[in-house]
Design a protein. Structure first.
Length: 321
């Protein structure tokens, strides 16, 4: 099979071996995959990853096991965390915190930048036939945006600032406006901010926003190791900062502000797929405007170059071609 492989350099291999599903796993033929900030950080050394990256996808089940035989032929998206199934975290439904977990295309498990991927059947969610592949592929990052509201109580009219106008920041703004909060998206790119503005989201340029510590919640989605420091410049005392960025770079920060102002800092990662699929299928969250380019899989290396351009939001790989 064709697959993107990273071993210090990213290359497209055309003679890779198709994965063999293990017990309780399904074999999925990948239809489309999305390139995200974490994928790009892996190429910079994040987590020391080697192998097939990629974790945002939509595909069709080609082989299903006896536990869910009805999955065969279904269009599915998949959660990326694969727990051991035996520890207290897995028993509590917290597979994403299982100490023995693997993560698709990130740690211990091959990813979806390949024609085929094998995943536990319990990780898979069927996609409504009315939802196009180009939109369904946003399920995983949109679920990560919905996770903020799973972790933090967002009261109506709460002042929420989202830092970062990349795909995750844009998705967070689209997801959180449904909570009734007063949402502002702050970024550095006029083209990206205009996408949010067209959806009715208030926007501010990072170099023009008023520097006042009066936001109840600040969602940090900058993709920068300096994101926490930036968030602390805006959150009010006794407010909440939600950290979304994963970066290869390290940073130092003065923790005294967090202690003195009693700020709650929440790490936030993967989220619930069901509300994400529902929001996409119902049109409550519209993502077509976030697609910057779609590349055939044979041009995957060019797609990664496109993903690095400042005004790019989301680049998709079409494995159907």
């Amino acid at each position: 099979m064709k697959a993107l492989f990273f071993d210090g350099a990213l290359r497209l291999k055309k003679n890779g071996r198709r994965p063999a599903p293990g017990p309780g796993e399904a074999l999925i033929r990948v239809s489309m995959a999305g390139i995200c900030g974490t994928d790009r950080e892996l190429l910079k050394g994040y987590r020391g990853f080697r192998g097939i990256p990629g974790h945002e996808f939509i595909g069709v089940v080609e082989e299903a096991g006896p536990a869910r035989p009805g999955l065969a032929g279904k269009r599915v998206v998949g959660e990326i965390n694969c727990g051991c199934g035996a520890c207290p975290y897995c028993a509590a439904g917290l597979e994403k915190h299982c100490p023995e977990r693997s993560a698709v295309g990130i740690a211990g498990r091959e990813g979806v930048f390949a024609e085929y991927v094998a995943l536990p059947e319990g990780n898979l969610h069927e996609v409504p036939g009315s939802l196009p592949d180009e939109e369904a592929v946003f399920t995983e990052p949109l679920a990560a945006a919905f996770e903020v509201m799973e972790q933090v109580h967002v009261r109506p009219a709460a002042r929420v600032l989202i830092l970062g106008d990349g795909c995750l920041g844009l998705l967070a703004s689209l997801a959180m406006r449904g909570s009734g909060a007063d949402v502002t998206l702050c970024g550095r790119h006029d083209a990206k901010l205009s996408v949010a503005a067209a959806e009715g989201i208030r926007t501010e340029r990072a170099d023009e926003i008023r520097r006042a510590r009066d936001y109840d919640i600040v969602v940090e989605a900058t993709g920068s190791e300096l994101g926490l420091e930036a968030a602390l410049a805006f959150v009010r005392p006794a407010g909440t900062v939600v950290l979304k960025s994963t970066t290869a770079a390290k940073t130092e920060i003065d923790l005294s502000r967090i202690v003195v102002d009693e700020i709650v800092v929440v790490g936030s990662r993967c989220g619930p797929f069901a509300p994400a699929i529902d929001a996409l299928a119902s049109g409550r969250v519209r993502v077509k405007g976030l697609i910057s380019a779609v590349y055939p899989f044979d041009e995957a290396l060019s797609a990664f170059e496109k993903a690095e351009e400042p005004d790019t939001i989301k680049v998709l790989l079409d494995l159907r071609k």
